[in-house]
Write a protein that binds this ligand. Structure first.
Ligand SMILES: *Cc1c(COP(=O)(O)O)cnc(C)c1O
Length: 231
């Protein structure tokens, strides 16, 4: 568990790294949003990051987010909460009411359920389409070759507010080709935002045009794996 000072220091260090990498490739650091991934960490730990001015957070499970975030959001009114994990259609209603951005639109059935719920709730959230850049059978996401058609369906038929693409490169592989592929697709499809890069590779992601980096352990410390498994 990280104390308040180290979370503050970690946030500053990650932010500085984003700034220096952005400068190297002539990008503005202000075009890169740091999404602090707080999954498995308790509300009190998250409060330390909020006290250090962090406002954008990511959670990967609806149920866990429901236990922590209504209260945290009541305490701080400019939090932006991103869903970065798989969403089951039976949790769409809860997800749309609690989250501010959905990064993991990864199949037609989910896209349809989200469109319906956003219309009902009159709450149109910015969404990312998750792309399975490594075409891994066990991983969520749309295969690259099908992404254009899926983005068109989401935007034109379902009227979802698709703002960008998101990917999680295969574990243990060099991430750059995956980041480059995602960047190229976003440019071709006219999508302004790219969510890519985690603690181990967010610097590289910034060089490849990431506009959102999802950083957990570099800010909050190592996650207890046993807890992560049950969650
Ligand atoms: C957990 C998680 C992260 C953060 O991972 P770290 O390696 O701790 O930075 C980023 N993206 C997704 C989708 C995650 O589930």
């Amino acid at each position: 568990m990280q104390d308040r000072q180290s979370i503050t220091d970690n946030l500053a260090r990650v932010q500085e790294e984003i700034e220096s990498r952005a400068r190297e490739v002539s990008r503005l650091a202000s075009d890169v949003t740091l999404c602090a991934v707080s999954k498995t960490f308790p509300a009190d730990t998250i409060r330390r990051a909020i006290a250090a001015e962090q406002r954008v957070f990511g959670e990967n499970r609806v149920q866990e987010a429901e236990r922590k975030w209504p209260e945290l959001k009541a305490e701080c009114d400019d939090i932006e909460l991103h869903l970065i994990g798989p969403l089951q259609t039976n949790k769409v209603r809860k997800a749309v009411s609690l989250f501010d951005v959905i990064q993991t639109v990864d199949r037609e059935r989910l896209a349809r359920a989200l469109a319906k719920e956003m219309a009902t709730a009159d709450r149109s959230l910015p969404c990312f389409v998750q792309v399975n850049t490594g075409e891994e059978p066990q991983k969520a996401g749309i295969p690259p070759a099908e992404t254009k058609a899926f983005v068109d369906l989401c935007r034109n038929d379902l009227e979802l507010d698709i703002v960008g693409l998101m990917c999680i490169p295969p574990h243990g592989e060099e991430p750059s080709p995956h980041f480059a592929l995602l960047q190229d697709m976003a440019t071709r499809f006219g999508l302004p935002r790219l969510s890519m890069g985690m603690s181990a590779d967010y610097s590289i992601a910034v060089q490849f045009g990431a506009t959102v980096v999802r950083v957990g352990s570099a800010i909050f410390g190592a996650r207890a794996t046993a807890m992560a498994a049950v969650e």
